[in-house]
Design a protein around this ligand. Structure first.
Ligand code: HEM
Ligand code: HEM
Length: 312
């Protein structure tokens, strides 16, 4: 197996393991197990405490996080040694930095008993780190090497649209994390109306942030909708990614509704976080593929071992 193929496989495995970790992390919050283990970096002073009650979720989350940390370290080292493209090496190091910071934030949130700012940053950095692993999996893949066959000006419209959609989705994830960690998930108890009205009285911060998340959902629908229309009209080669994004939005809204209707039961609530991550990653992937022409000049796909072209 060539080093480039090995790196791609490792990057893909790291991204997949990180997705599982997001779900497992979401379970910690959804089950209210964040303080089931009071210490860090050990758990009750041990590496393996008895896995009972909330400890199963909290300590289980730490174990999966440790595995993802090891995978990321291995990936960043392998990329640093064998990867010729500077931007890919920088992205590998960025992912390593992010995972270390994420672990430290996880520890701090336990030691300081889940302060809002730290818990929200931990939730949002988790999504950003996941995107970094997805980017690494894409740019190390064989598909990245195929020339896109279009001009840079054809690219810019979709790059702008998909990039804006990514930013809108990330903003929505930030609002979701704020709402979740403020305990405002049921601050508006009904859906699709809000207190039986279209515009609820924004009487408390909890209601305001909750309503902002619902308005954010409309912004996500519009942004993803505009991207899909553009792709279908002008860039049909991206139809699969665009249709996936649209499907994920529909699933996400149904899950959002069931979070309210089931009074925040664990499975739909955690799935809502995970599908949010899948939607963000799809938008990042679409933006990256749309920008390939410009990026390939810097992240060119020369296979390792065949880097130097000798002029005739
Ligand atoms: C690669 C590293 C990690 C990732 C990607 C990650 C990801 C996540 C995610 C996605 C959540 C759910 C956030 C939410 O529901 O809003 C979470 C929650 C949590 N994580 Fe991590 N985590 C990592 C490492 C750690 C570590 C090392 C600890 C150490 C104790 C930790 C402690 C926690 C705690 C206590 C919560 C619950 C927070 C709350 O309920 O407010 N995490 N994590
Ligand atoms: C497509 C748009 C949407 C996206 C991308 C999205 C994303 C998210 C994410 C990622 C979280 C968790 C954040 C975290 O803790 O890390 C969240 C929380 C939440 N979302 Fe959404 N959401 C969307 C639409 C909706 C809709 C339409 C509703 C319906 C009211 C909704 C209701 C909720 C609720 C209640 C929570 C907090 C759950 C809790 O308290 O544990 N979301 N959202």
């Amino acid at each position: 197996m060539s080093p480039s193929r090995g790196i791609h496989r490792l990057a893909t495995a790291t991204a997949a393991a990180t997705y599982v970790l997001l779900f497992v992390g979401g379970l910690v919050t959804s089950t209210g197990s964040g303080l089931a283990v009071p210490d860090w970096p050990l758990s009750f002073g041990r590496v393996f405490p008895p896995m009972v009650g909330g400890v199963l979720f909290e300590h289980g989350h730490r174990l999966v996080a440790a595995a993802v940390g090891c995978l990321t370290l291995l990936l960043a080292l392998w990329i640093a040694i064998a990867e010729p493209r500077p931007m890919v090496r920088v992205t590998g190091l960025l992912a390593l930095f992010a995972v270390v910071l994420q672990g430290v934030l996880g520890g701090i949130t336990v030691l300081y008993k889940l302060p809002l700012a730290v818990s929200v940053t931990h939730a949002c950095l988790a999504q950003a780190f996941f995107c970094l692993t997805v980017v690494l999996a894409i740019v190390t893949g064989p598909g990245w090497a195929t020339p896109p066959g279009r001009t840079a000006s054809e690219e810019s419209a979709l790059v702008l649209l998909a990039g804006t959609t990514t930013a809108v989705v990330f903003g929505q994830l930030v609002l979701g994390a704020l709402m979740r960690h403020m305990g405002a998930g049921l601050a508006i108890p009904d859906f699709p109306l809000a207190f039986g009205r279209v515009l609820p009285p924004l009487a408390t911060p909890a209601v305001t942030i909750h309503f902002a998340h619902r308005v954010g959902a409309v912004a996500v629908i519009l942004a993803v909708g505009a991207t899909v229309v553009h792709v279908l009209r002008h860039r049909p080669e991206h139809t699969r990614a665009a249709v996936l994004a649209a499907t994920l939005v529909l699933v996400q809204i149904s899950l959002g509704a069931s979070v309210i209707w089931t009074r925040r039961t664990v499975v739909p609530t955690t799935a809502h976080l995970a599908v949010g991550a899948a939607l963000l990653a799809t938008c990042v992937a679409l933006t990256l593929h749309a920008a390939r022409l410009g990026l390939r000049r810097r992240i060119h796909p020369a296979p390792i071992g065949f880097r130097r072209e000798v002029p005739a």
